[in-house]
Design a protein around this ligand. Structure first.
Ligand code: GZL
Ligand code: ZN
Length: 326
């Protein structure tokens, strides 16, 4: 039977060839062309975000995806956007590394009549109309969840020493999460930030700066909380603190981490991370629904936030872990 099908397939294929009409698949020109600029590949969160984007913008779904990894350099993002303008793509999607420096290139995209969707972090531009939509998260609210956990964890009159490990400087995630902590510390005289450092959202950088800090201390300080602005920073901090004999967890140095990727949830279940503040990277479907609505001529909301929560060890069940795709 299979042989017969193979023979028929050959005839059908030849028929298409000799009659000159193309095989019945999506025509190249029917595809919606998306020019996408991704920040980099700095963290588990970022890898999941990239996967979420590439999983929806497929030929099967009617898209041709032009994808560029900017390797954490804004100039690479700007260069990619300029290439997309030259190539006259239908939409430009940007996961911006930082908030500033976008006015000129987004004006060029606007003048070229190409809608721009900003995903994840925000851009700080003088003319908001240069951007059609922002799909992302409220980073300040994420920080407020971490602060609420601290207020619940420590008695109001207890003096606590905090090490603050910030994310990539100038990124919305760093700005929002930092602001929530610094405002809480201003409002609580018992809370002391004994050291603030830039971990750049990576494990390697955080391990390096944490070791540098501890090596520079004449007397190792008591550290009640390490406020890590993403999971990969927490992993680096845990290793460095362990090398200096710090006890991690309840009754010792408590780690706060943002993102709630799988590895962090596992650490949380073991008690190595005390609270995981969720930051949802699975933004692809929301961005795709934005673009398909625009293709239908519908207006889209300018700001679209994803729902996010937080987890402590009691929340980390096998069902929860199995239910998460990142
Ligand atoms: C947050 C995102 C941050 C993550 C980090 O939405 O921008 O960048 O928290 C990632 O893990 O590197
Ligand atoms: Zn988030």
């Amino acid at each position: 039977m299979r042989k017969l099908i193979a023979v028929i397939e050959v005839f059908v294929f030849l028929a298409f060839i000799f009659t000159g009409c193309a095989a019945p698949d999506t025509q190249e020109e029917d595809l919606i062309v998306i020019g996408m600029s991704q920040t980099g590949a700095e963290s588990d969160w970022r890898a999941a975000n990239t996967e979420s984007m590439q999983a929806v913008f497929t030929e099967k779904n009617g898209y041709r995806l032009l994808y560029d990894d900017a390797r954490q350099q804004q100039e690479n993002q700007i260069a990619a956007i300029r290439r997309y303008i030259q190539e006259k793509v239908d939409y430009i999607v940007v996961m911006p590394i930082s908030e500033s420096g976008w006015d000129a290139v987004l004006q060029e995209a606007y003048d070229a009549g190409i809608p721009v969707i900003i995903v994840d972090r925000m851009v700080d531009i003088s003319d908001e109309s240069l951007v059609t939509a922002h799909v992302g998260a409220n980073f300040y609210a994420e920080g407020e969840r971490a602060v609420a956990w601290m207020e619940n964890e420590f008695p109001a009159d207890q003096e606590i020493n905090i090490v603050h490990i910030q994310g990539t400087q100038g990124s919305s995630a760093q700005i929002g999460r930092t602001q929530a902590l610094t405002e809480a510390v201003e409002g609580n005289p018992q809370w002391n930030i004994i050291c603030s450092m830039d971990g750049d959202f990576t494990q390697a950088k955080t391990y390096e700066v944490m070791k540098e800090y501890l090596a520079g201390c004449e007397v190792l300080p008591e550290i009640d909380v390490v406020y890590c602005e993403n999971d990969n920073e927490a992993f680096g901090a845990i290793i460095a603190l362990g090398e200096y004999g710090y006890r991690i967890g309840e009754g010792g140095t408590q780690i706060i981490a943002f993102d709630a990727t799988k590895q962090a949830l596992l650490y949380c279940r073991e008690g190595k991370i005390s609270v995981c503040i969720e930051c949802n990277p699975m933004l692809g479907p929301l961005v795709e629904s934005c673009i398909s609505a625009m293709e239908r001529g519908e207006k889209v909301d300018r700001y679209q936030y994803v729902d996010e929560g937080y987890f402590t060890s009691v929340d980390i069940t096998d069902e929860l872990l199995d239910s998460r795709s990142y």
